[in-house]
Design a protein around this ligand. Structure first.
Ligand code: GLP
Length: 242
């Protein structure tokens, strides 16, 4: 079930998202956050950093698990999602680094890497709040359109559209890794609460399908219609087709 919150623009979206995340952190003794990369959550991470710097938020008991990581990239690689999280959030707040988890892109044995990541999430007792962005093809994490919903963390071949969308972070399309590790749809759906953040006119068509279309693995995020507690925080441009 969706609770749709329409905001004016990206700046308000970032502030509201940060407030929802901050509330989760302050209300729980040992909060477990599922985090996302991509450009959408950057503004919210910036606000969280400011709240910490102003002494209004404490990350010392926070545990985080990230959605996904490119296969083959080292944590030190500036294109890796581990590097992104360190840069955008972790190194600016008082979260102990050992409390943060991103799938290990360097593990050769893909099966082992995925099983270990699922085991870690289970050990943490599951995710209290999962942050999600939305891909132009409806992907969440790196769960690409397919003919079924993958359940657990797995290794995926990235869709051509995703490689093209993400090439802006690399110097050429050829440099974008072709594979990634991602939490499964089942992993994401087990989170107690979900916060889906969507901004911009270029996401309006896909957001309309996610919110109002049939639930189908060809639009992976449409499965969120079956989750009991999803907040969709989207700006006017992203909601312009709904
Ligand atoms: C990537 C990430 C997703 C993210 C999506 C949208 O493919 N794996 O987790 O949600 O891009 O990114 P953006 O927020 O930059 O549009």
């Amino acid at each position: 079930m969706f609770r749709i919150e329409k905001v004016k623009d990206y700046s308000v979206l970032s502030k509201k998202a940060a407030m929802l995340i901050a509330a989760e952190i302050t209300q729980r003794e040992h909060p477990v956050l599922g985090l996302a990369t991509g450009s959408t959550p950057i503004g919210a991470y910036q606000v969280l950093r400011e709240l910490y710097q102003e002494g209004r938020l404490d990350f010392s008991a926070v545990r985080t698990v990230n959605l996904d990581e490119y296969r083959g990239l080292a944590p030190e690689d500036s294109h890796s999602y581990r590097y992104f999280m360190n840069q955008e959030l972790f190194q600016h707040v008082n979260i102990p680094m050992e409390n943060t988890a991103v799938p290990n892109g360097l593990l050769e044995d893909a099966n082992k890497a995925c099983l270990e990541y699922e085991a870690l999430i289970r050990k943490l007792g599951g995710i209290h709040l999962q942050i999600l962005g939305l891909g132009h093809d409806g992907h969440i994490g790196f769960n690409e359109p397919s003919d079924s919903f993958p359940r657990e963390t797995h290794c995926v071949q990235l869709a051509e559209e995703t490689i093209e969308a993400n090439q802006r972070f690399f110097s050429s399309k050829e440099e974008v890794p072709k594979e990634a590790y991602t939490m499964g749809i089942g992993t994401i759906m087990k989170a107690k609460k979900i916060l889906l953040m969507v901004s911009g006119k270029d996401k309006a068509d896909i957001l309309q399908k996610v919110l109002e279309g049939p639930v189908t693995p060809s639009v992976p995020a449409s499965i969120l219609q079956f989750h009991p507690h999803v907040t969709v925080l989207a700006d006017e441009a992203a909601l312009s087709k709904c």
